[in-house]
Every structure is written in C-alpha cells, then in structure tokens.
Design a binder for this molecule. Structure first.
Ligand SMILES: Nc1ncnc2c1ncn2[C@@H]1O[C@H](COP(=O)(O)OP(=O)(O)OP(=O)(O)O)[C@@H](O)[C@H]1O
Ligand SMILES: [Mg+2]
Length: 400
C-alpha cells in the first residue's frame, strides 16, 4: 500500500492522475491537495505521512525544486514524482540532483507511471514492512465504555503519536464504533468483507475501510447479531495477518461476547484491555471474565484492567476493586457525561471535540501506557556523566 499525496495545480488533471493510479493495479491510498511546487511548506504535515509525493505542476521550473529538496530531506523514506508537460533536460538534471527519480511528462504514459509506482512499492515493501501490535478491548458487561475508549485511543495514537492505526469493530451485537468517529455510513462492514474473503488483498481492504484521519482507518462492525453469526475465525485470521503488515497499531473492539470468534481475536492479541466500572455487577462479571482468560492460558501480563467512569467517592474504590478481582488496575478514566454525549451527537471523537479535557487527557495517558515511547538516551546526558574524566587512566609518575 503506497500512501500517496498528490499536490495538483489543476482541478482537471488531479482526477485524471487519480484514475491512472487506479488503473496501475498497485495498491495505494490517495490524498489530493490543491497547490504547486512553490507551496510545499504549507503541506509539510501531510507530506510527512506520505510514501509518495506526486507534484503535478504545469509551470514547474528548476528554481521550484528547492522546496522538493527540503521535503525529501525532512522525510527520508519519501519518494517524489513530478508531473509536468514536456520536462526540459535542465529540469530533469535539476530534479535528479535534488533526489527525484521520477519525472513524468503530461499527458501521462500508462506504462511509465506503472513502472514508477512499482519501483516505489518495491522500495517500501523492502524497507518498511510494519509489525502492528494488536490490542483487544473487552467489557464484562454492556455499557462499560469499551467502544468509547477504543475509538478515542485509536484516534489519539493516529493523530498525536503519528501511528498508522486500524480500528476493527468486532462487536457482535449492534456494532457502533463507526458512529463515534464519523457521521456517514462506512463503505463496507466486516461482514461484507468476510463475504468476499477470497478477494482480500491490500487494495480490497483499503476499499472496505473508512478513512477517518490520514493515519486512522476503521473497519465497521457486522451490524447485528445475525450478520455477525456469519463471521468465521478463519476470515478474521486472514484479515489480521494482512493488517499487521499495514498498520502500527490494530485495535479490536471485541465487546462483551466471548465466543470462538472473539477468542480468536483475543488469542491473536498482544494485550487485552478489560474495561470495568466500580459497580458490584461489573465486579461479578469481571471476576468471571478474568477466570476465563486464565482458563484460556493467557498470562496475567497480557490482561490490562481499565476502570472507566471513575468515581473517587464510590464505595468500591480502586484497592477494593483490585483485591476483589485479584488484578492490578492499569489505568482509570474519569466520567464526563456532557463531553461524551456531545461527541457522540456530533459523530466526532471526544479527543477532538473535548481536546484538553480531563477525559481526553486520560486517554492520551493510556496511549502512553500501552505504547510507551522508546527511551532515548541523550548524548549530552552521557557527556555530563563523563565530563572531566580523562579517556586514559592517569599515568603514575615514575620517580628517579
Ligand atoms: N468516561 C465516560 N464518561 C461519560 N460517559 C461515558 C464514558 N465512557 C463511556 N460513556 C458513555 O457510556 C455509554 C456507553 O459507552 P460505550 O458505548 O462506549 O460502551 P460499550 O462498553 O462499548 O457498550 P456495549 O457493551 O453496548 O458495546 C455511552 O453513552 C458513552 O458515551
Ligand atoms: Mg460498544
């Protein structure tokens, strides 16, 4: 899958280039922005997330290539393709000097474009195969906030941590995760995808997911228990194998069902977040769910307990909860009914509509707990430690 950003100065050529990309048969994801080579700085953030930057600029001259050079130096894995009518030798030479390998003349030659895309795709696959971590979210009882947490964590990882994220709605009752992130219907559901599982490849998958953010895709749930009944563990396995290579993080909203399909997702998860609330009914069901996880052979370290809608005055406080369930609480999130309802009504993630609020901050902290940042040893710290120490041990003066 080539993440492609097309910056085009023409509303006519843009769609034609998109159609040519489609016809090439190479899996790609396309974002199109209006602009030209002079305006690359404005689009710096979008360029940073792309594998391939296509600049379609009819007025392109060598002078404009300094912006391209800057973009390429800031994003080392980025490939750049220039599209312009009848490129001169001077332009070709200048492009080569700044690191652009593909300069295509307009109108596009189909074979030339396909070759260039194949080259970018091969480079990407050789060097950048992702190894996505899978985290499942379960609730022992309905309404614990599993979907709200999974959706907002996915958005946070995508928008704030620059991860490529997929959220899969595996809720087998009335799947609703897509409603929390968008107010439009998804292009396809998990049930639609599984019904055509033989067509599954990166391009087909790409067509089935909902693009919520440049870094976040959502695979909508089957919709209802009848459609969910048709899902098979083997289908899920094929999907998970594919998506692990395409995303950094795969979040699965499993919901409360524990059946063979859910167990398959849990088996293939690196971690399971079990969402509970401070209520006797959740404690009862939570205890049972933890027993099931033990029976399934999951190590305690695989299961993370998240307390949602935390109430510091509740009779069941965190120590009581931990003692009753025999497990540590990984994180707790505050209750914020107003912001949760508002986000839901607008079909936007709470972490965007109530950015900076306590609940959004709690979700950002959860992202840090589940995806800790690599520890960077700063050179100057080492420098300070060893400052003043000579490289060689002091020589003893020999007396005469
Ligand atoms: N921290 C919170 N503060 C306030 N309201 C919340 C919070 N978390 C969830 N809610 C609200 O609780 C309700 C249930 O949340 P959600 O749908 O995420 O639960 P769920 O566990 O996915 O439920 P289900 O079992 O039906 O899938 C929603 O109305 C949601 O807005
Ligand atoms: Mg739910």
């Amino acid at each position: 899958m080539i993440d492609t950003l097309l910056i085009s100065s023409s509303t006519e050529r843009g769609p034609q280039i998109a159609a040519r990309l489609e016809a090439s048969g190479i899996a790609f994801r396309l974002r199109t922005l209006h602009g030209n080579a002079k305006q690359l700085r404005v689009h710096a953030a979008a360029i940073k997330n792309a594998d391939l930057l296509i600049i379609d600029d009819a007025e392109l001259t060598p002078r404009e290539l300094s912006g391209v050079e800057e973009a390429l130096s800031q994003t080392p894995n980025l490939h750049c393709m220039l599209v312009t009518p009848a490129p001169s030798t001077t332009l070709l030479m200048a492009a080569m000097r700044v690191g652009v390998r593909h300069v295509l003349s307009w109108p596009l030659d189909e074979a030339e474009l396909a070759d260039a895309l194949a080259h970018v795709s091969a480079k990407k696959n050789a060097g950048m195969r992702r190894d996505g971590r899978v985290i499942s979210f379960t609730s022992c009882k309905g309404g614990s906030g599993t979907t709200l947490i999974a959706v907002n964590l996915a958005y946070t990882l995508a928008a704030q941590r620059d991860k490529r994220v997929l959220l899969v709605d595996l809720n087998q009752q009335f799947a609703d995760a897509s409603l929390l992130v968008a107010d439009k219907p998804p292009p396809a559901t998990l049930a639609d995808l599984c019904a055509q599982i033989d067509r599954l490849d990166a391009a087909f998958f790409e067509a089935c997911v909902m693009h919520v953010h440049a870094n976040l895709d959502v695979l909508a749930g089957a919709g209802d228990p009848v459609k969910s009944g048709e899902l098979r563990a083997a289908h899920l396995e094929r999907i998970l194998t594919l998506v692990r290579e395409q995303y950094d993080a795969v979040l699965i909203d499993v919901g409360q069902n524990i059946n063979p399909l859910a167990i398959h997702a849990l088996d293939h998860s690196d971690s399971i977040c079990m969402v509970v609330r401070q209520n006797i009914l959740y404690l009862h069901a939570g205890r049972r769910m933890l027993d099931i996880f033990k029976e399934l052979g999951y190590p305690a370290s695989k299961v993370r307990m998240i307390v949602n809608q935390y109430d510091k005055n509740a009779r069941i406080d965190l120590p009581t909860l931990e003692e009753t369930l025999g497990a540590k609480v990984t994180h707790h999130l505050l209750r914020d009914e107003k912001q949760a309802t508002e986000a839901l009504n607008h079909g936007v993630p709470l972490v965007t509509s109530a950015k900076g609020g306590a609940l959004a901050q709690g979700i950002a902290q959860l992202a840090e707990v589940l995806w800790p940042r690599p520890v960077v040893v700063r050179k100057n710290v080492l420098g300070r430690l060893f400052r003043g120490r000579p490289n060689a041990p002091p020589q003893l003066k020999t007396g005469h």
